[in-house]
Design a protein around this ligand. Structure first.
Ligand SMILES: [Zn+2]
Length: 315
């Protein structure tokens, strides 16, 4: 399947084991930089969460296939950019497929001889602020790495966000059925929590209409457990945009945990699609309501945003 007029594939960087980390941009005039709102959809920070690769990939396929025959999809694609990075952790996924199904981290050889950094603890905001949200021990499942952005996989995402001005982001994980928003590092309300709450509730309502499944919505820190140095906190802290973790079903270990059935791919794509469309339409309408000076202000902020280092701009 090729859609050169509305899609462009690029390589963001390479993993430790030199696998490409791909980004697919979907928009009209994909080779041009247009002044349009942008949504990022990410998958597979964690290797064993295979479904988090499939759902964004199938959402991309849906948008491409339906562009020519669905007026609503055409309008969205024409007036925004959708950036998909469905496989942030290709080395870990490969290891999970071939060697050990429950592998979670990347494949960094640590100084103590253990392997792996938890990529969703390696971003720079509130990195390592305590040891309950991440671990300083290399052998731990939630090892945060030696420093923020120590890993080429998270650096690829950092560089993308510094180059492209996003309006919102979703990072897919599994398992449970939930839509989580900042903060993750501490059980504190984000300044824009009312907006996040509303967006998450609207997405969950639209999703429940597809298969009847209810996604829990809430602040990440009070929903799952504390995580520091994660993607959504970093995105919100440095770019001031809504960022969600969507934990895909099944809901618990008894229903399969990290193991999804083949049929889940279609049913979970179907129920996640309305959330993506909703967030895109929200970004498009918000963007057109913003006057140019606000946009310029955002652009300047973006150019100044360090996105790395230990400058924790806590809110
Ligand atoms: Zn995960």
């Amino acid at each position: 399947m090729n859609y050169p007029s509305i899609a462009r594939l690029s390589i963001l960087g390479q993993s430790l084991e030199k696998r490409n980390i791909y980004a697919l941009k979907i928009s009209d005039h994909p080779g041009q930089r247009e002044d349009e709102p942008r949504l990022a959809l990410l998958g597979c920070h964690h290797a064993r969460e295979w479904i988090s690769v499939e759902v964004p990939l199938q959402i991309a396929a849906y948008l491409l296939k339906n562009y020519a025959r669905d007026e609503r999809i055409k309008t969205i694609v024409d007036s925004s950019e959708i950036w998909l990075v469905p496989l942030i952790n290709p080395d870990g996924l490969d290891y999970s497929i071939i060697n050990y199904r429950l592998w979670r981290k990347n494949r960094r050889l640590n100084l103590d001889g253990s392997f792996g950094v938890d990529l969703n603890r390696n971003y720079s905001f509130a990195w390592g602020i305590d040891d309950s949200g991440s671990s300083p021990h290399p052998a731990s499942e939630t090892y945060r790495g030696r420093q923020p952005f120590s890993e080429p996989e998270t650096r690829a995402i950092r560089d993308l966000f510094q180059q492209v001005n996003f309006s919102a982001a979703i990072s897919y994980h599994s398992f449970s059925a939930s839509i989580l928003y900042p903060w993750s590092y501490a059980d504190l309300p984000a300044e824009q929590e009312p907006l996040f709450q509303q967006l998450a509730a609207d997405m969950a309502r639209l999703m429940s209409e597809v298969n009847g499944r209810i996604y829990y919505t809430g602040r990440a820190a009070s929903s799952l457990y504390l995580t520091n140095g994660d993607f959504i906190d970093w995105v919100y802290a440095f770019f001031n945009i809504p960022a969600f973790t969507i934990e895909l079903p099944p809901v618990d270990l008894q229903e399969g945990g990290f193991f999804n059935s083949e049929q889940d791919i279609q049913s979970l794509t179907a129920e996640n699609l309305p959330a993506v469309i909703y967030l895109l339409e929200w970004a498009i309408s918000t963007d057109s309501n913003q006057d140019k000076s606000l946009k310029l202000e955002r652009k300047n902020q973006l150019e100044k945003a360090p996105g790395n280092g230990l400058k924790n701009k806590r809110k």
